[in-house]
Design a protein around this ligand. Structure first.
Ligand code: G6P
Length: 612
């Protein structure tokens, strides 16, 4: 949460910073600001989005070749002009941008108040910059040394950049727990929360590690030290992001683009890993740990949000195919409930961003107990990807819409490959069934493509249901997590209250909500508990609920029963989530658009949740 971007070099900083903020806006968008140094350190900030900042700075002095900028997701202090970043130090010689939380800001602030400091904002960040300046002045040390001393007093997470009015050729950067990447160009540097603001200028990047401070000089000099003063050699990596992946490419919203990308993103997740003709499923990134997974007595999956829903599909898949017991946990619960973790446990951490603070903490906990951690991440080089012992990237490409879509189907794809790979090695699946499943998995991208043709019909449904105040999503077996994911999508972006429920559990509570105004989305594909789901449909019908059924192509029985239906191609029961999720994504998308909601940036949400 919060996006930071900085520039130093020969070019004008402002256009680079603003473009960078737009790219990072998915990380938070309640206020934004920029500080640019020429002979003055000019700082402008406002509540609202990056567009509002652009309006607010019209006519202002924006010249300068060094600057910092920030888009915020509020933690301490409401989103307003004063709490927006950057924050000045007391003398206004320093300005800081910060992503993260200084947990012990209150005692630090008390100490500074006693010494006569005055605070303009309610933020933890302002405390940090006052502290740094206080140390700089009292100890007569350089900014980077003052920062080093300050960070040894700080508890919490940070990705920060500091600019000093009296040092126009230098940026000072540090990171712990929040992501930060430095782009290295020709005598110019770019700093950002992720690589998206950097990729169009340079492909050479350094991912800063926790507790590292980088001092960046305009002359090309670039040094890294830890907060314990150990010098580090920068490890330069090459980015592989395709620039067009960061643009809407003709779609009205990133979310719609990403929904439509799914035939490709699922195929990209399988590329080189599923070779049907040879009967091979191979996840190179975890091959070293394959035998350990085969021998595992238990697998624990940790994740948050949509990734947690993918994890439930994973639980069902792995248990069914490998007969290894699986537990799926919300990372935020797991980390604090003193769970039992054995040394021979395999923990699978799923995260699109690779930065979710709770998932990262769950990993650290499991690691400290000796478990083996396998990651499923989308963002290459992310904190979670680096914290795990091994893993498989989903290769879905950048996901920019805050509501996750293609990341979900890619995560499920990887989990399917993982389950098949273990099952085959373990001998818990017959060769003929294995071949049947991999052959079918290979057809999923084209079936997703076909599923997307339901879009027009979904638009008509969205018109009917856009003014609903509640919605219920029901599914059983593999379709239960699909129901939860459908409900999450609707509430996230359209602000309609929705619940996803196991269809049979409905009668233990949610059935009381059903009346003639209540849309009930039922995933009733023709496998597994199909017949039981038909009974659940009857129960809803008897209470006059409006049934929207997701059915297998040509299923006349449910067509007859449902008020509305959407047909999807037939597939194996365990692969249905990859297909049945698509119409639910489209339904929430169109309802949200019709309600005038900001689909790509829903209120109060952020895509990368780096606070617990
Ligand atoms: C946020 C996002 C969700 C995402 C969740 C977990 O809530 O808005 O879309 O599913 O975080 O994020 P992760 O990056 O760990 O998958």
């Amino acid at each position: 949460m919060c996006g930071i971007v900085a520039y130093i070099g020969p070019k004008q900083a402002y256009p680079i910073l603003i473009k960078g903020l737009h790219r990072l806006e998915y990380r938070g968008y309640d206020s934004a600001g920029v500080a640019i140094l020429n002979s003055e350190l000019n700082l402008y900030k406002t509540h609202g989005k990056v567009n509002d900042l652009e309006e607010a700075v019209k006519g202002k002095d924006l010249t300068g070749t060094i600057g910092i900028a920030h888009t915020r997701w509020a933690t301490h202090g409401e989103p307003n002009d004063v709490n927006a970043h950057p924050h000045f130090s007391y003398s206004k010689n320093l300005a800081i941008i910060h992503n993260g939380i200084i947990e012990n800001y209150a005692p630090l602030k008390q100490e500074l108040l006693k010494r006569g400091y005055v605070f303009e904002s309610e933020t933890d960040t302002e405390v940090l910059i006052h502290l740094i300046e206080d140390i700089q002045l009292n100890e007569s040390v350089a900014l980077e040394e003052a920062l080093q001393i300050a960070l040894n007093q700080v508890v919490g997470a940070y990705a920060i950049v500091i600019i000093n009015k009296h040092e126009p050729d230098k940026l000072v950067v540090a990171r712990k727990g929040s992501p930060l990447v430095i782009g290295i160009g020709e005598k110019e540097f770019f700093v950002a929360s992720d690589a998206t603001p950097i990729v169009e200028y340079t492909r050479d990047v350094v991912y800063l590690n926790d507790e590292e401070i980088a001092v960046i000089n305009r002359n090309g000099d670039f040094k890294i030290r830890t907060i314990s003063n150990i010098e580090k050699t920068p490890y330069i990596q090459t980015l592989e992001i395709n620039l067009s992946a960061l643009e809407k490419e003709g779609f009205e919203h990133f979310m719609l683009k990403e929904i439509y990308e799914q035939p490709k993103s699922i195929r990209d997740s399988m590329r080189g890993r599923l070779i049907v003709q040879k009967g091979v499923v191979s996840l190179g990134g975890i091959s070293e740990y394959k035998q350990k997974m085969v021998n595992a007595k238990r697998i624990i999956i940790v994740a948050c949000g949509t990734s947690w829903h993918a994890g439930i599909v994973g639980e069902y898949l792995i248990e069914e195919l490998t007969r290894i017991p699986v537990e799926i946990e919300y990372a935020s619960e797991f980390r604090y409930r003193n769970p039992i973790i054995y040394e021979d446990d395999i923990v699978i951490a799923i995260s699109q961003s690779g930065e979710t603070a709770d998932t990262l903490a769950a990993i650290e906990l499991a690691k400290s107990k000796g478990a083996t951690i396998i990651g499923i991440c989308n963002v290459v080089g992310s904190s979670i990807a680096r914290a795990t012992h091994a893993g498989s990237y989903t290769h879905a490409g950048p996901e920019i819409g805050v509501a996750s879509t293609k990341a979900f189907t890619s995560q499920v794809t990887i989990l399917t490959l993982m389950a098949l790979m273990i099952a085959e090695a373990k001998g818990t699946i017959s060769q003929s069934r294995y071949h049947q499943l991999i052959t079918e998995l290979d057809t999923i991208p084209s079936k997703v493509e076909k599923t997307l043709l339901v879009n027009d019909k979904i638009i008509e449904l969205a018109k009917i249901f856009k003014d609903s105040r509640n919605a219920l999503y029901l599914g059983r077996g593999y379709n239960y997590p699909v129901a939860m994911e459908g409900a999450l999508k609707l509430k996230e972006i359209s602000y309609i209250h929705a619940e996803g429920y196991p269809a049979a559990e409905m009668k233990h509570g949610p059935i009381a909500l059903i009346d003639e105004e209540m849309p009930v989305v039922i995933i009733a594909t023709n496998k597994g508990t199909y017949k039981k789901v038909i009974s659940n449909i009857q129960e809803v019908k008897a209470r006059k609920g409006k049934i929207i059924a997701i059915i297998t192509e040509g299923d006349e029985t449910v067509k007859e029963l449902a008020d509305h239906y959407i047909e999807v191609p037939e597939t194996e029961e365990m692969l249905v989530p990859l297909i049945a999720t698509i119409p639910l994504q489209l339904l929430s998308y169109h309802i949200a658009v019709m309600r005038g909601c900001n689909v790509d940036q829903p209120r109060n949400l952020a895509k990368s949740v780096t606070v617990e």
